[in-house]
Design a protein around this ligand. Structure first.
Ligand code: GLN
Length: 479
């Protein structure tokens, strides 16, 4: 992405030529990858043309001007179908843009299209899309991770220069790890959620998926900041993330949580992450073992709170206001039932049932109320750790990309999120960067977790690591 903007500035390439090249590549390869649900060809070419004019008159808007990007299809785009990969929103065309979409457009970015996801962002493999599976560009028999699997695969396969995803329990970082790209989940509230179709409102956060750390910093800088449309957006000035990249990790205190290096973690993942920690030490950081004792409860807490919030958020899909309405109903209640029965997929229904149960009278205190209390303990674990260290490093996921159809048991799928949900529960920033490959040639993700609003330190350490290693030289081979 940043190379492209440099090339525009030098006049080596035009935004139109770049947009055309990306659109041609999508045409050629996306039949195999399945990253996109909608390609916005005409709009992309029009936006590229406008950017081209700005470069010609030596007035580009900044480092994203003319850069082709992809958006996860749960970000509302005015006039462009936004499906959430669900039958219930198959023909939904939002009348407004999400704040992040508006901000990227203001920065001159060129939207190539909308990417696939697990329906309503519920899943870790992008197999739960109502429309198509997405395949991992490193091995088409494997999943790209999820739920932002379309965005991650698009960036990995060079079907977009960068992308946005959303992360409620790992949905940016885990697909980034599986596809070998950079995925950044900002502090809760750092990026406005206005126009992001809600899954679990106390956890959802939008963030970039990018080829390298600099690109992630540039995208984050463009979308971050307070927004009057989102009362949970944080009213703090946005740091200059690109400027924060340099400076290295000298003197940085890094915590290595004991609970993230246990038996169930793939040996290839353990080895690569340990080697990455050694690299950070060579670069001048100091490490110490820390403990995050509530790690084991993360999944249980998350899979109560997220479905509870989802069951409430998804109540709006009732066939009345927008989206699908099933035909043949005998009365209003029957219409609700039929619409939701045909509109939602199995995983979404499972979440709604789990959530409604956890919130129901008589069970609320035992499940939802208890989960909220444990959530506070998870947050306190991180607070205690950050009294001793500046940054925490860990694997992003316990394993590399698995095969399509391999995790049919929902619980097995949920367990994949064990290392990503804690940062959502605590609301803190975390990034996944490529730190090696498995014996089978699949990328491995290193996770760096920071203090609230300390995106600059997370990015600086990730950048120092990336600069000191050569993992990004390897590319998936799609012909
Ligand atoms: N895999 C997790 C889930 O299924 C996280 C999803 C997400 O972050 N959107 O809920």
């Amino acid at each position: 992405m940043h190379e492209l903007a440099d090339a525009y500035r030098r006049g080596d390439v035009t935004p139109t030529a770049a947009a055309e090249a990306y659109l041609a590549r999508i045409e050629k390869l996306d039949g195999r990858v399945g990253a996109y649900l909608t390609v916005t060809r005409e709009q992309a070419l029009a936006a590229a043309k406008a950017a081209e004019g700005r470069y010609r008159s030596k007035a580009p808007r900044g480092p994203l001007d003319g850069v082709p990007i992809a958006l996860k299809d749960l970000l509302c785009t005015r006039g462009v179908r936004t499906t959430c990969a669900s039958k219930i929103l198959e023909n939904f065309v939002p009348p407004y843009d999400a704040t992040v979409v508006e901000r990227l457009a203001a920065a001159g970015a060129v939207m190539l299209g909308k990417t696939n996801l697990d329906e309503f962002a519920m899943g870790s493999s992008t197999e739960h899309s109502a429309f198509q599976p997405t395949r991992n560009p490193w091995d088409l028999a494997r999943v790209p991770g999820g739920s932002s699997g379309g965005s991650a695969a698009a960036v990995a396969a060079d079907l977009a220069a960068g992308a946005l995803g959303s992360d409620t329990g790992g949905s940016i970082r885990q697909p980034a790890a599986f596809c070998g790209v950079v995925g950044f989940k900002p502090t809760y509230g750092r990026v406005s959620r206005y126009g992001l179709v809600a899954f679990a409102s106390s956890l959802d956060q939008i963030g970039p998926l990018a080829k390298d750390v600099r690109d992630a910093a540039l995208l984050l800088g463009a979308i971050a900041g307070p927004d009057p449309h989102d009362s949970t957006s944080v009213n703090e000035p946005v740091a200059d993330y690109a400027a924060a990249l340099d400076g290295g990790v000298g003197g940085l205190r890094i915590g290595v949580p004991r609970e993230y290096f246990t038996e169930g973690v793939d040996p290839d993942v353990q080895r690569s992450v340990r080697q990455a920690i050694a690299v950070l030490c060579e670069l001048g950081a100091t490490t110490q073992e820390i403990s995050l004792p509530t790690t084991d409860y993360g999944i249980a807490v998350y899979y109560l709170i997220a479905p509870a919030e989802a069951s409430s958020n998804l109540a709006r899909y009732d066939g009345v206001k927008y989206g699908l309405r099933a035909a043949g109903a005998k009365d209003l209640i029957d219409m609700y039932g039929r619409t939701r029965a045909v509109g939602f997929g199995a995983e979404v229904k499972r979440r709604i049932m789990l959530g409604a149960y956890a919130l129901s009278a008589g069970y609320y205190d035992a499940y939802y109320g208890r989960a909220q209390k444990v959530r506070t303990l998870v947050r306190r674990d991180f607070e205690a750790a950050f009294a001793q260290v500046d940054l925490i490093v860990a694997p992003t996921a316990p394993n590399v990309a698995f095969k399509h159809g391999e995790k049919e048991d929902p619980l097995a799928m949920y367990l994949n999120d064990v290392f990503t949900v804690p940062a959502n529960l605590a609301g803190i920033p975390a990034v996944s960067v490529r730190c090696g490959f498995s014996a089978g040639g699949l990328p491995i993700g290193l996770q760096l977790i920071g203090k609230p609003l300390d995106e600059p330190t997370v990015l600086r350490a990730a950048y120092a690591y990336e600069q000191a290693t050569r993992w990004l030289e390897r590319r998936p081979n799609l012909g």
